[in-house]
Design a protein around this ligand. Structure first.
Ligand SMILES: NC(=O)C1=CN([C@@H]2O[C@H](COP(=O)(O)OP(=O)(O)OC[C@H]3O[C@@H](n4cnc5c(N)ncnc54)[C@H](O)[C@@H]3O)[C@@H](O)[C@H]2O)C=CC1
Ligand SMILES: O=C(CO)COP(=O)(O)O
Ligand SMILES: [Zn+2]
Length: 352
């Protein structure tokens, strides 16, 4: 008897383009969000976009409130929950990079209220995903949360953001190659639930981005457009899967471990990009596709070495040998690779 069932939760309005931030009140009305907006943001995105958004809501008589978060932690989520309760917020608006958006997304899910995602950087594919990513002690949780009901991605704001944030987003997309390889492996070896549609979408997204790599340049709204479209597509792949599997494999475990070993040194996307070179090598060997991954990252101006990331060779080796400990997610790393194997992979690929 056929007993399968699944829910695919997706955003309703994805509004991307020039000056679309000015349409925020209209977008919110269109998805029938009501009550006081609580704007969740971090210091720079507050100045770049949230202050203007608040003024817009005020003008429209929405009586908005703002809370500023610094880190993607469960205590930040608690801070937002308290602010929402105090303000009796009707819906949440996350304005910023991946951390502010993740916190707002998880808090809105907990409160059972609507959530609007306003990325100020094309730096990560959590913009529309139904996941939150939170470190806690030795581990890192991939938390299920409702995806945003609406996304407002202003290409002017994204193109004006520091260029390295955009190259980080590109690398986060390129990591789909190894994430999907790990997912297929886990399905074959561990019977992990797998969706060919989601995997195909994640891979195609990476492929399209790499094909346009030569035309992705700093300061161009067309480039911000291409990258944010890819980030949306990758987030949709996660929503179809009901997990971050299509966009997060061993290369992400490597990055999450680096966040513990060398905190604050490099952006999430840049770390996963270097992780993708290493993990592609582990999957396909010396003559495998890791050179294509490295060349794509290089074309996009994203880091390809430990030096580029500002970390030491030892930190790379430590992160790679301990990556499998981050969470119970089967990947090419299995139950861990030896220090010799990690040094070999990192040396052969010129990461160290
Ligand atoms: N939930 C999900 O599915 C996913 C979550 N993530 C999470 O997202 C985070 C990484 O996102 P990032 O955006 O790289 O980190 P982030 O949120 O820390 O932002 C990086 C920096 O860019 C600044 N920034 C943002 N917009 C700016 C602008 N317009 N101008 C100047 N500065 C600006 C921020 O203030 C911050 O200092 C990680 O915690 C990662 O785990 C990443 C991918 C997917
Ligand atoms: O960063 C992600 C996808 O790009 C997802 O993060 P997790 O590895 O925490 O699921
Ligand atoms: Zn990522």
């Amino acid at each position: 008897m056929f007993e399968k069932s699944s829910w695919i939760r997706l955003p309703r309005n994805v509004v991307v383009g020039h000056d679309v931030l000015d349409d925020a009140v209209e977008v919110v009305a269109d998805v029938h969000l009501a009550g006081r907006p609580l704007v969740v943001t971090s210091p720079t995105p507050k100045e770049v976009a949230a202050d203007g958004l608040v003024a817009q809501f005020e003008e429209a008589g929405h009586d908005p409130v703002v809370t500023v978060v610094e880190e993607a932690t469960f205590s930040s989520v608690e801070q937002v929950l308290a602010a929402a309760e105090e303000a009796d917020a009707g819906f949440l608006v996350g304005v910023g990079g991946g951390k502010a958006i993740d916190i707002a997304k998880m808090a809105a899910d907990e409160l059972g209220v609507g959530f609007v995602s306003v990325p100020t950087a094309a730096s990560h594919d959590g913009i529309v995903s139904g996941r939150g990513s939170v470190p806690e002690g030795d581990t890192r949780h991939s938390v299920s949360a409702a995806p945003p009901i609406a996304v407002i991605a202003d290409t002017g704001v994204l193109a004006d953001a520091p260029w390295e944030l955009t190259t980080a987003g590109c690398a986060d997309i390129i990591s789909n190659y190894t994430a999907v390889k790990d997912w297929r492996l886990a399905n074959r070896l561990k019977n992990v639930t797998y969706s060919e549609y989601s995997a195909a979408l994640a891979e195609m997204t990476a492929e399209l981005l790499v094909d346009s790599a030569g035309s992705i340049k700093p300061g161009l709204e067309e480039s911000a457009w291409m990258v944010v479209k890819a980030l949306v597509s990758s987030g949709v792949a996660m929503s179809i899967a009901g997990s971050s599997r299509p966009a997060s494999g061993a290369e992400h475990l490597f990055s999450h471990q680096l966040d513990r070993i060398a905190p604050g040194k490099a952006l999430h996307g840049h770390q996963v990009g270097v992780g993708t070179i290493l993990v592609e090598y582990l999957h396909t060997g010396e003559n495998g596709d890791w050179t294509a991954v490295r060349d794509a990252l290089d074309t996009l101006d994203a880091p390809t070495t430990a030096d580029d990331l500002g970390i030491t060779d030892e930190e790379v080796v430590e992160a790679l040998t301990h990556a499998h400990e981050i969470r119970d997610r089967y990947t090419i790393l299995g139950d861990g690779i030896s220090e010799e194997a990690a040094i070999e992979a990192a040396t052969r690929t010129d990461v160290i």
